[in-house]
Design a protein around this ligand. Structure first.
Ligand code: UT7
Length: 330
């Protein structure tokens, strides 16, 4: 019998500090009305102190999963941390997380797919399991967006938040778990969404600091259009590949970038009310953490054998869709 890779447990963590729209109006020229109608976001969580790093949230999400599932952390074979905001450029956040949670015989790596990080990570986790060489892969999506957001730029600072979610992938003999995927990149996208400095092309210097080039820059309107069209087409291609209609899908787990993006994708896919899982109003855009945080928030609603359609779009550009059947009841 062929082995598939299924999600068997979920964990999550969001920092305590809540940054409300009201608080943002005191920092930049904006309003609760603008943020709510243009993005659907009411509040987001911020990691304090920032020096705790992304690993702090990744470890907390992983530990919650380990406790809930009651597993011995030393049985974890691999830890993948999907993040655009690692603790440091070198060494990997995954190495630190693995050691701190007690995954003493695991290997690990960071995966940089921006907002599609967790989606790409699902593909990697599944492939590792299906190779037959690994039994427990811990996939974490974690981002400290507050560390790269310019809180004097009203166009970006209202959107992003911090958080982490974790999913355990294990072999499944009932055919449940990841079924199929459509994953894409387009390198031309880096003109529209990037951090200009701090990499090998433009290392940190007094000039890059003075020009505020270590903060996230995006051409919001263009990114918005690419996000809607690419998430829609990836989802349609995946449905077609699997002879499915949108009616066959129980839950759509889509990257939480902007409520208007979600509404447009839902309209294009002709989704019914309730098919789309949404929590952007409470966390904002947490980049690689949005997909696992949706699973964390809605875990009780997810039932064994239900069909889930994941889709995401992010910097790079990166995007795609994954079809997965849920493997357990809580
Ligand atoms: O996670 C994956 C990557 N990111 C995304 O998917 C984000 C995609 N883009 C978006 O979500 C939206 O483009 C934004 C929320 C970033 C911006 O919304 P928009 O409707 O595209 O606004 P805009 O950038 O076209 O700006 C419209 C107006 C401008 O004023 P003028 O030039 O018309 O006078 C902006 O200066 O809104 C202004 N504006 C604001 N006003 C109040 C921009 N940000 C704000 C703000 N408060 N926070």
């Amino acid at each position: 019998m062929t082995t598939t890779a299924a999600i068997t447990a979920i964990g999550g963590f969001v920092p305590e500090f809540v940054l409300t729209n009201a608080a943002l109006t005191k920092m930049v020229d904006t309003s609760d009305e603008w943020i709510t109608t243009r993005t659907g976001i009411k509040e987001r969580r911020i990691l304090k102190p920032m020096s705790l790093g992304t690993s702090h949230m990744a470890i907390a999400a992983a530990q919650e999963l380990i406790q809930k599932k009651n597993i011995d952390p030393s049985s974890i074979d691999l830890v993948i941390v999907c993040t655009a905001t690692p603790d440091m450029p070198v060494s990997s956040t995954a190495s630190y997380v693995a050691t701190e949670i007690g995954a003493t015989t695991a290997f690990g790596y960071d995966l940089q797919g921006a907002c599609s990080g967790f989606l790409f990570g699902m593909s990697a986790a599944s492939a590792h399991i299906c190779s037959g060489r690994y039994q427990k892969v811990l996939l974490i999506g974690a981002d400290t967006m507050s560390s790269i957001v310019d809180y004097s730029d009203r166009a970006t600072c209202v959107i992003f938040g911090d958080g982490a979610g974790a999913a355990l992938f294990e072999p499944n003999t009932e055919g449940l778990g990841l079924q199929d995927e459509v994953l894409r990149v387009d390198g031309k996208g880096r003109d529209y969404l990037r951090i200009k400095a701090g990499g090998s092309m433009r290392p940190a210097s007094t000039e890059t600091l003075n020009k505020r080039e270590h903060f996230l820059y995006q051409e919001g309107k263009s990114v918005f259009k690419f996000a809607v069209s690419n998430m829609t087409s990836a989802a349609f291609q995946l449905l077609e590949q699997n002879n499915l209609n949108t009616d066959d899908i129980d839950h759509v787990v889509a990257h939480q970038a902007n409520k208007r993006i979600l509404d447009s994708v839902a309209k294009n896919l002709d989704l019914n009310a309730g098919q789309l899982l949404v929590n952007i109003e409470r966390y904002g855009n947490t980049t690689a953490a949005t997909l696992p945080l949706l699973l964390w928030d809605y875990e009780k609603k997810l039932k064994k054998n239900q069909k889930l359609l994941f889709t995401a779009f992010g910097g790079g550009f990166t995007w795609g869709a994954i079809y997965l059947t849920w493997a357990y009841n809580t």
